[in-house]
Structures are given as C-alpha cells and as structure tokens.
Write a protein that binds this ligand. Structure first.
Ligand code: HEM
Length: 347
C-alpha cells in the first residue's frame, strides 16, 4: 500500500490532535501492514496471532474464502457490507470470538441490536467448505475476519493482511449485546465505548466511515426521518438537510422494514464521500452526523474530506485494531475451534 507524504503529514497532525485532546502518550512502534503510524497501543493479545498461522495447517484457506465470497456477492452484492457489520458486532461484544454466530436461545444473535444483521449463511457456507479440506483447524472468527477484509476489497476498499490464530468462544449471551450502539448515542458515549475496547478517537471516526456502504432499516432512523421526534433520545437530533429529510420521509413511508442507503451520494462505492455528506448535513445516522458537530471529531472529519486517500490507509489500520479486540489465542486461552459456527462443539 503506498502512502504519500501529505497523507502521512496529515495523519501525524491528526494523531497529535487526538493525543493532545485525550492525553494519550506515545505512538506505538509496533510494525503495521501499511507504513502509517498506529495512533495507540495495540492490545498485547495481538502478539499471539501471526500471518503464517494457517500456512502449513490450511494453505488454501484464503483462496476458499475468496471464491466463496465472489460466488455469494454475484448473487447478492448487499451481503458484502453486512459482513463488515457482523464483524463489528462480533468484536465489540466480548471480543472477536465468533460469539455473534452462536445460534441458540438467549445468544447475542437474539438481541435487538442483531435483528437486522445479515450474512450468517455466507460464513456457514465458507466454514463448511473449509472443514472439507482442513477439518477442525480454522476458527469461525478467523473466517469472519478474513471474509470482512475480502468483502471490503470487493467493495473497492483497501486491502490489509490479516493475522490469524483466534479461537472461538464457547458462550454467547444476549445481555452482552445490549451495549452495542444503535445510532442515537452522543460522541462521548461512543468514544467511551471505543476506548473501553482499546480503540481511540481516530478509530471511531474512521470506522464510522464503514457507513460509506450498506444500508439501514427505516426503523433505525425514525428520529432522522421525523424531526418532530427531536430530543426523543435525551438530546437534540443533529441538523439534517431539508431536501434529504423530505427524501427520507418518502423513502420510509411504508414502515420500518424499508431500507435506505447509509451514504446518500455514493452508496455502493467505498470512498470518503461519507464524510463530505456530513458537511452537507446528510449523515443518515445521528451518530454519524454528530461527528461533524463535535469539536473533538470535526478536525479528523475535515482531514478525511480534504485527503481521501487518508481514509483508505487509516481504515485498513483501524480494521486490524478492531480485529484484535480481546482475542482468544495461544494455548492458555479458553476457546475452541468450532466445527459448525452455529454451535459449540459439545452441543
Ligand atoms: C460507531 C458506532 C456505530 C453505530 C452507532 C452504528 C450503527 C449502525 C446502524 C444503526 C446500522 C443500521 C442497522 C439497521 O439496518 O437497522 C448500521 C449499519 C452498518 N454498519 Fe454500523 N454502526 C457503528 C459502527 C460501525 C462499524 C465500526 C462498522 C464496521 C467497521 C460498521 C459497519 C456497518 C455497515 C457496513 C452497515 C450496513 C450493513 C448492511 O448493509 O447490512 N458500523 N450501523
């Protein structure tokens, strides 16, 4: 991945803003897969993952994932963004451990926040194929992580190398998924949540940029569609462009199960236009629009608008950091290699 001098310069400024605002110390010197500096210390679990983990154990893994994804996305391209969201929901609840894939009563999957999650069948299909060549070797969470990277690339986004060696959880609890943000939160709430996962302000702004693709159900944006609900969630809804609000009302007139593109201008392209939309008061989720009105996040948003390549580079870096949250890896950690992603092995 190439990095231009202006991008590096801007990112350095950006990181300084974050550090100054939040009192974070040094930049981490851990080598990354791009030449960009990593703005905050990576979780140390990272050290037990490796790029060549499956090189001997399952050399054909990445090829299987790539072929399966191309097959699925040719049938339904809307599944690609859904995988990114699935990975986010997995990693933010008890770490990247495929707990979101467990399918039993009272699992995370049955939470309100999971209601519109999609893409489970894609991971199941990949897993079944992987099991044929490499039985009981590759974890569901590693498959979901790699599939998310490949989905991003297929959408036109950046490539990054995935370190492997995560294990799958043996439990999943609906209550744990209740902390997931639903789009009405304040920047402070989101930032605290991200920090509790070892991520920072830059990660928050840059990963929110995943909303450059994909869609939301009308049910999730009632406050944006009907500005009359102002303050319903305990704080005023951020400003919205009049014509855009009008469009949303027409689009959502049939009820909560209709869908609207998260990026109103370039919905199927993985680009930084998402941030330019915020400048025009066309952020679909309140949480996204607030990134433009908060003094901590605004400088980062502006940098991403001014230098689109910065978004691609930093998205790759932040996605690696997301995929390292509380991983179960190494011989001493609990966890297993599930043979079916829906159930624990002792099921
Ligand atoms: C910052 C906090 C975040 C909030 C509040 C949030 C909220 C939401 C909401 C409300 C939806 C629509 C759900 C529905 O249809 O009912 C959504 C969709 C989506 N989110 Fe997020 N999200 C956040 C972070 C992330 C992150 C970190 C990623 C990935 C790196 C991500 C990727 C996506 C994608 C790709 C979609 C579209 C899914 C599809 O088309 O099926 N989100 N998000």
């Amino acid at each position: 991945m190439k990095t231009s001098i202006p991008s590096l310069f801007l990112l350095t400024i950006l990181v300084s803003i974050v550090c100054a605002a939040w009192g974070e110390g040094e930049e981490d010197s851990f080598p990354t897969f791009t030449t960009l500096p990593v703005p905050q210390t990576l979780p140390f679990d990272y050290l037990s993952l490796s790029f060549d983990y499956y090189q001997q154990r399952c050399p054909q893994l990445e090829q299987i994932i790539d072929q399966k994804l191309k097959h699925w996305f040719a049938k339904d391209h809307t599944l690609a963004p859904s995988l990114l969201r699935l990975h986010f929901h997995d990693c933010f609840v008890t770490g990247c451990d495929a707990s979101i894939l467990l399918n039993h009563e009272g699992s995370e999957r049955s939470a309100g926040a999971s209601r519109t999650l999609r893409g489970f069948e894609v991971i199941d299909d990949i897993k079944a194929e992987v099991e044929k060549s490499c039985p009981a070797i590759v974890s569901c969470t590693d498959i979901l992580t790699a599939a998310t990277r490949d989905a991003t690339v297929l959408l036109g986004g950046p490539y990054w190398r995935v370190p492997y060696g995560r294990k799958d959880s043996t439990t999943s609890n609906v209550k744990d998924a209740e902390m997931l943000p639903v789009g009405h939160e304040s920047v402070t709430t989101l930032l605290e949540l991200f920090q509790s996962k070892g991520l920072n302000l830059v990660d928050l702004v840059v990963l929110s940029g995943a909303h450059t693709i994909g869609r939301t159900s009308c049910g999730a944006i009632q406050n944006r569609v009907y500005q009359g609900l102002n303050g319903t969630y305990g704080m005023p809804d951020p400003p919205i462009d009049d014509r855009y609000a009008d469009y949303l009302q027409r689009k959502c007139r049939c009820g909560g199960d209709e869908y609207v593109d998260l990026d109103a201008t370039t919905p199927t392209t993985f680009d930084s236009q998402f941030y330019a939309n915020l400048e025009r008061k066309m952020g679909l989720l309140s949480t996204d629009q607030r990134l433009y009105s908060d003094s901590r996040t605004l400088p980062i948003v502006n940098a991403l608008i001014q230098t689109p390549s910065l978004f691609r580079h930093q998205f790759a870096v932040s996605m690696v950091r997301l995929a390292n949250i509380q991983v179960l890896s190494g011989p001493h950690e609990a966890g297993e290699i599930r043979t079916n992603c829906n159930f624990v092995n002792s099921y």
